[in-house]
Structure formats: structure tokens, C-alpha cells
Design a protein around this ligand. Structure first.
Ligand code: UGA
Ligand code: MN
Length: 252
């Protein structure tokens, strides 16, 4: 069973190392199509070169986040939705390029998370919607469903407990059939949907009773919501201000 993995990716100096790490994980995974959606006006050569160097089956798309939805310098990162419009482009691609009858799974994967190869084995078990714990998220070592015999009866989480499905985007996968049957479903980017995107898509496409609890009844962590900190390139800025330039080894 094929996995379609949707990854939005933002231009930044840590992008190439992050995508390298992720590509090396995907190198281990058979029958996966990686749909990369760059937050750019057009797909860049920089990202294409990384993809080509790994020879992973992939589709390279783009969609630029309009400036009013971008985080401003003095705003916390969580004040704006991240990668939602890019995920919507991925949903459109799936609806236009796959058959509703195909037995396949869809997974939304940030470019900076850490994925054990075993998470993909769990994703392939999903019949409708599957859930599992995610490490280092929600101000805890993990958040996730509390399950017995494959059924979810409650959630382990601390912050934003008003969420209907208190789970990170990396903590579930959806059968491709549901993406086709909810053909008008798109992620919302309005201010009041911040932190609610996971609950919104899950409450549209499933119910708590229907969820399939994976990762050995949610007792294993196979994905971590790691975040790559933006590095201060202070000396780089000094060189620019002094109009000193040096040869870049390649497009970085
Ligand atoms: C968390 C979730 O794990 C994301 O799946 C969700 O999109 C996000 O919150 C949200 O609710 O908006 P987080 O680590 O906080 O993710 O966000 P980032 O990793 O900074 O961004 C998520 C993805 O979108 C990344 O792959 C990133 O490269 C991409 N992104 C981010 C863009 O394409 N454009 C942006 O302006 C920002
Ligand atoms: Mn992230």
C-alpha cells in the first residue's frame, strides 16, 4: 500500500540540512511518494537538487504564503498558521492525480520532525484514520491517545485541552479515499483556527470511536515534533553590511 507524504517547506538557511535528514529517512521507505510543496513563487533549483540527489519518487510543487499570513519579526511563531496553504496544494494534487479507489494512505509531515522508519509501517496499517503518540510536543515529552485494544478512550495532553482531537499533525494518517470523498476539504488559515487544524480535519473525516489506535496501542513513540532553531547568522550580516562578499560553495 502506497503512502503519499505531504511536506510543506519554507525557505531558510536550515532548510537544506533539514530536507537532507528527512530524505535520508525516506530513502529507507519503499512505495512512498513524497509530495514537497515549497513556500515559494516557483519551485527552486536548490530543493530540486536535493531531491534529485536522493532519487526518491517525488512531486515538486510550490505555493507562496501571502505576506499578510507571514509571521512578522516581533510575533511568536504560533501566531500564524504554518504550511497550511501548501498542504492544500498537496490535497488538490492528490484529488487530481490519484484514483479514489486506490488503497493508499496520506500523511502530513513537517520538514523538521524526526521520523523512525517504523512510523511508516504503522501508517500502512491504517484502514480509515489511524492515530499514535508524538514525542516532544504540547510542552510534554509526548502527547497522544490513550487506548485499549485499538480504540481511543481519552487523550494524554496538557495544553489547549479544549481541542476536540488534541494531537499533532504528525500523529495521524488518513486513507486516500477520505481525501477524495471530502473533496471540498481544505485547511483553514483564519486566526481562530490556529492550533485547531488537526481537530478540524479529523472531526470532518472521522469520529473518536472510529479512530484506529496504532503503535502498539499508543505505547510506542516513532515520531518526534523536533523543531530546528533558526540560527543567528550575525557575522554573515556583518559581512553583508560591510559589503564584503565571498564565494558561496554552491547555492545555499
Ligand atoms: C506544527 C504542526 O506540526 C504543523 O504540521 C502545523 O502546520 C503547524 O504546527 C501549525 O499549526 O501551523 P510547527 O513545528 O509549529 O508545526 O511549525 P513549522 O515546522 O514551523 O511549520 C510546519 C511546516 O510548514 C514545515 O514543514 C515548514 O517548513 C512549513 N512552513 C512553515 C511553510 O511552508 N511556510 C511557513 O511560512 C512556515
Ligand atoms: Mn515543525
Amino acid at each position: 500500500r502506497r503512502i503519499y507524504m505531504l511536506t510543506p517547506t519554507k525557505t531558510r538557511s536550515e532548510q537544506k540540512p533539514d530536507l537532507t535528514r528527512l530524505a535520508q529517512t525516506l530513502y529507507l521507505i519503499p512505495n512512498l511518494l513524497w509530495i514537497i510543496i515549497e513556500d515559494e513563487v516557483k519551485p527552486t533549483l536548490r530543493v530540486r537538487k536535493i531531491l534529485e540527489s536522493f532519487n526518491i519518487p517525488c512531486v515538486h510543487l510550490n505555493y507562496p504564503t501571502p505576506s499578510y499570513l507571514k509571521i512578522t519579526a516581533n510575533q511568536s511563531y504560533w501566531r500564524k498558521p504554518r504550511g497550511m496553504l501548501q498542504k492544500n496544494i498537496g490535497l488538490d494534487w492528490l484529488r487530481n492525480n490519484t484514483q479514489p479507489t486506490e488503497d493508499a494512505l496520506v500523511y502530513f509531515a513537517d520538514d523538521d520532525n524526526t521520523y523512525h522508519w517504523r512510523i511508516f509501517r504503522e501508517i500502512r496499517k491504517v484502514q480509515n484514520v489511524g492515530v499514535w503518540p508524538v514525542g516532544i510536543v504540547g510542552e510534554l515529552l509526548y502527547e497522544g491517545p490513550v487506548c485499549t485494544k485499538g480504540k481511543v478512550h481519552s487523550w494524554f495532553c496538557y495544553v489547549f485541552r479544549n481541542r476536540q482531537f488534541p494531537i499533532d499533525m504528525a500523529g495521524f494518517a488518513i486513507h486516500l479515499r477520505l481525501i477524495h470523498s471530502h473533496k471540498d476539504y481544505y485547511f483553514n488559515v483564519s486566526a481562530d483556527s490556529i492550533g485547531q487544524q488537526e481537530s478540524h480535519i479529523l472531526s470532518t473525516m472521522t469520529t473518536i470511536d472510529e479512530l484506529e489506535c496504532l503503535a502498539n496501542d499508543a505505547s510506542k513513540i516513532y515520531v518526534w515534533h523536533t523543531r530546528t532553531i533558526p540560527t543567528y547568522l550575525t557575522s554573515e550580516d556583518r559581512l553583508k553590511r560591510a559589503r564584503l562578499s565571498y564565494d558561496l560553495l554552491e547555492e545555499v
